[in-house]
Design a protein around this ligand. Structure first.
Ligand SMILES: [Zn+2]
Length: 104
């Protein structure tokens, strides 16, 4: 996680290793996001695209990245909404080209 104050990368702890800014809320949000994505994956496995979509949208709202866009595309495919799935795929590639998505 990148510190919003000094831009140092932090992998653990509630405080930034460099500037000691409190990162506990950011870590909590990141944890919530991971939980939403895990729940979405479970819904996809069970074939419930509608429920998966809700979990993914929660996660994507917190922070969108490759992973959330991929899962979003999968949920739309499951719901047979091919136009929306295609749009997710396009978003992912355009964001990659712009270099705005972390972890890509
Ligand atoms: Zn910092």
């Amino acid at each position: 996680m990148r510190c919003p104050v000094c831009k140092a990368e932090n992998t653990q702890g509630a405080a930034c290793r460099r500037c000691k800014a409190d990162l506990s809320l950011l870590f909590a949000l990141e944890k919530q996001r991971r939980r939403s994505l895990a729940a979405a994956r479970q819904c996809l496995i069970q074939g419930d695209g509608r429920a998966a979509l809700e979990h993914i949208e929660d996660a994507d709202w917190l922070r969108g990245d490759d992973e959330s866009q991929r899962l979003l595309a999968a949920a739309h495919l499951l719901l047979r909404d091919f136009a929306a799935a295609w749009q997710c795929y396009r978003n992912q590639h355009e964001a990659k080209r712009a270099g705005s998505l972390p972890g890509s």
